[in-house]
Design a protein around this ligand. Structure first.
Ligand code: UGY
Ligand code: MN
Length: 246
């Protein structure tokens, strides 16, 4: 039997690794018949929120974005989504971005559908309109090679315009792929591993991670990663972008 006093999860001042074994459910108004796990939040010092929601067939997420925009990404299953008077069935790998001040609804999911959400308080910028609702999907064939390394690809899921103050990207590391340098930067990250395994270095500490794990990296948390195992290692990540440093 596994020893229940052990976990790979860690929560430090400037980073966290959250493995599913420690999840405790939250109740969130408007999100019903589902399990909500808040994985990253301001309570740990972050300026984003990341959740993972698992729906039953009766599950529903209904609400209106307020100060925070929300990016919804279907990790597994299928669900009917409505935003900005459009309705679409989203399946694994598809997403909808809902800007501030917009109603949204998700319902009629297949049992066990998982939705990842990234929330960020929107910082408006004079001369650049609030972005519209956007629909899209993961498509590895649209992911350009990263920094001339054929083993690394990054697909940017949101447009690069200055109206956006957050990016959500999918980073694929083929076997043998690794970050070309230790990154030291002001931007913050939240991520969820979608596939494979890796070794992540966070603030000079080393962590084995795999599909289903989440990571929070505060600004200036030093970061490096290498794929591990036989299949590509893939994560979807949040990054704050496009605003003047205060
Ligand atoms: O965009 C990034 O900063 C990205 N290369 N960082 C990361 O994957 N840890
Ligand atoms: Mn980075």
């Amino acid at each position: 039997m596994e020893i229940s006093a052990l976990t790979r999860s860690v929560v430090r001042r400037n980073h966290a690794v959250i493995a599913p074994d420690g999840y405790i459910n939250s109740t969130v108004p408007g999100w019903t018949d589902c399990t909500v796990n808040v994985l990253i939040n301001e309570q740990m010092g972050a300026r984003l929120c990341q959740t993972l929601v698992t729906l039953t067939e009766a599950g529903k997420l209904a609400g209106m974005t307020q100060a925070s925009q929300i990016f919804f990404y279907v990790v597994a299953g299928a669900v009917e989504a409505a935003a900005d008077s459009s309705n679409k069935t989203l399946t694994a790998g598809q997403f909808v971005y809902v800007p501030v001040g917009q109603p949204y609804q998700f319902k009629n999911a297949t049992a066990g559908t998982q939705i990842l959400t990234f929330h960020k308080v929107y910082e408006p910028l004079d001369g650049h309109p609030v972005p519209p609702v956007l629909w899209g999907e993961k498509d590895d064939s649209k992911a350009p090679v990263y920094l001339n390394d054929a083993a690394l690809r990054i697909q940017e899921l949101l447009p690069n315009g200055l109206g956006f103050d957050m990016a959500v990207n999918i980073f694929t590391y083929d076997r043998g792929g690794h970050l070309p340098m230790v990154e030291t930067h002001i931007m913050e990250h939240g991520l969820l591993y979608l596939q494979g395994q890796a070794i992540y270095m966070l603030d000079q500490q080393w962590y084995p991670v795999k599909k289903g794990d989440s990571i929070w990296m505060a600004p200036y948390c030093q970061q490096w990663a290498t794929a591990m195992g036989q299949e590509p290692s893939v994560y979807i990540y949040y990054k704050n972008v496009n605003r003047f440093p205060t």
